[in-house]
Write a protein that binds this ligand. Structure first.
Ligand SMILES: C[S@@+](CC[C@H](N)C(=O)[O-])C[C@H]1O[C@@H](n2cnc3c(N)ncnc32)[C@H](O)[C@@H]1O
Length: 202
């Protein structure tokens, strides 16, 4: 049970919109393989997109309401066979022991003490040669009203992400000022960081 998020998704279907994150669309089209893991996936906007592109998707979120919306959207789009939802804490989710070709972390902000552990899990979920795609708010988002955690410790910093994901070959790690138009909770000028990295082939 996840009170805050369940309440948000129950009140507002499409809290972050139903369309995929543009960075996900761009990067997933460059990825190879068939399996995707989306931890902290909310209502499933990126899971739905990946499934529509033919990927086999595991979507994880501690919000039962979010995952129910994901199931509903995928069913309505006729891609429910491509998506397995898991109502679980991403920090304890084990996932497919074979790993995943792609792991996508979108606006998955953890408390400071758990961030590195969570990012280590994200690396462990990747198959050798698998890709990690991340987008979230940077520390410069503080004071902006377009969404995200209000606690600075939960926002991303370039040096922390570089260190957290140093086991990956980083292809892209950059801050970006953008304008979000993703449902009622991501609206307006925003400061984000995007990252793409590849797991080593052992
Ligand atoms: C800002 S929303 C982003 C949702 C989605 N990734 C998107 O971009 O539309 C953050 C999500 O992370 C989920 N979340 C936060 N901590 C979590 C945890 N430890 N395990 C699973 N889900 C978690 C929340 O339930 C919420 O749905």
């Amino acid at each position: 049970m996840n009170g805050h998020w369940d309440e948000r998704y129950a009140k507002t279907e499409g809290a972050y919109g139903r369309k995929p994150t543009p960075f996900w669309v761009q990067e997933l089209s460059r990825c190879k393989g068939h399996s995707v893991l989306l931890p902290c996936e909310g209502e499933g906007r990126n899971a739905l997109w990946a499934a529509q592109q033919g990927w086999k998707v595991h979507a994880v979120d501690s919000s039962a309401v979010g995952m129910a919306t994901c199931d509903r959207w995928c069913k309505a789009a006729g891609v429910e066979d491509h998506v397995q939802t898991h109502i679980e804490d991403a920090l304890t989710f084990e996932g497919d022991p074979e790993g995943y070709d792609v792991v996508g972390l979108f606006y998955a902000h953890m408390p400071a003490l758990l961030r590195r552990t969570f990012h280590q899990k994200a690396i462990a979920w990747l198959k050798p040669g698998g890709k990690l795609v991340l987008e979230g708010f940077s520390i410069d988002q503080l004071g902006l009203t377009s969404g995200g955690p209000k606690k600075s410790e939960m926002l991303f910093q370039m040096n922390q992400l570089k260190s957290d994901f140093n086991e990956l070959a980083i292809e892209h790690l950059a801050p970006k000022q953008t304008h979000l138009d993703e449902g009622p909770f991501h609206q307006g000028k925003a400061e984000i960081i995007q990252l793409v990295g590849t797991a080593p082939i052992l």
